[in-house]
Design a protein around this ligand. Structure first.
Ligand code: AP5
Length: 249
């Protein structure tokens, strides 16, 4: 099913004062987490799954990047520190991430459902999310864990380009835009992320192995984990994800 009403994510990207202009209408609400190493394709799948399921794509990385693109005088000290850590490939402290997510708690009630991408990333964050969702009477539908060998992941990261405006994701060879350097959706400029430099990629992979992989066991023990092989074209992986979710629920 293709919903074709992508939520503009205004509340998530700009903060609780902003109102989303195109909240999706859906029959069933999916509340999903997307897990997997940096560059495995979580953001790409979130875009596709969001079109199919109507669930809003909530990426913590996108919020930090949006804050980082503001002038320094407009950033809180915590956001300025987060931007600095992100560029080096390090994780932002749990307290800053949680403050940001909690502020946007209304997005967990989105009537389209949600696809959380890049959060939670540590056991602390996962436990905080579970507490909040329990308190608010919300339950996760599933946690999709994307799996791919490291060499393929590094090649995806080094060719990635992202729209400066709407954050849509491309790849120089695997998923090129129709016009070079320009976003198909909004004609925004395509840029390379600071943390896709080789030295930052090493730091990100190390942080993933040490702090995020324990979440696989955490969600497996809760009966929520849905492993999906992330090789093939984005469309193939999306179809594989949807089939795996159908079997799971
Ligand atoms: P974040 O933005 O979450 O980055 P990430 O997890 O490192 O994931 P990426 O966005 O790099 O990759 P992806 O898996 O989404 O892959 P994509 O679809 O783009 O976080 C960035 C930083 O913010 C963190 O390092 C940290 O500092 C901070 N942060 C964020 N959340 C945090 C948290 N909760 N706690 C602490 N710190 C936090 O695909 C990659 C490339 O591959 C693209 O070019 C794409 O076109 C291409 N591609 C995708 N699928 C395919 C395919 N099937 N075939 C060929 N190419 C493909």
């Amino acid at each position: 099913m293709d919903i074709k009403t992508t939520n503009d994510r205004a509340t998530w990207l700009q903060g609780p004062a902003a109102v989303c202009s195109t909240p999706p209408q859906v029959h069933s609400q999916w509340r999903l987490l997307l897990l997997g190493a940096p560059g495995v394709g979580k953001g790409t799948q979130a875009q596709l799954l969001s079109q199919r399921l109507g669930a809003c794509h909530l990426s913590t990385g996108d919020v930090f990047r949006a804050a980082g693109s503001r002038a320094e005088c407009e950033q809180t000290p915590a956001m300025a520190a987060a931007t600095h850590l992100m560029r080096r490939g390090e994780l932002v402290p749990d307290s800053t991430v949680w403050e940001m997510v909690r502020e946007r708690g209304v997005c967990l009630h989105c009537r389209g459902g949600f696809l959380l991408d890049g959060f939670p990333r540590t056991l602390n964050q996962a436990e905080s999310l579970k507490r909040l969702m329990d308190e608010e009477g919300l339950a996760l539908s599933a946690v999709v864990n994307y799996e791919l060998p490291l060499d393929e992941i590094v090649s995806r990261l080094s060719g990635r380009r992202t729209c400066r405006l709407c954050k849509a994701v491309y790849h120089l060879t695997g998923q090129p835009p129709k016009r070079e350097g320009m976003c198909d959706r909004c004609s925004g400029e395509l840029i390379q992320r600071d943390d896709d430099r080789p030295e930052s990629i090493v730091v990100r992979m190390e942080a993933y192995q040490r702090l995020t992989t324990p979440l696989i066991e955490f969600y497996s023990a809760m009966g929520l984990l849905v492993p999906v092989v992330a090789s093939g074209s984005p469309e193939e992986i999306c179809r594989r994800s949807l089939s795996a979710l159908e079997v799971h629920v």
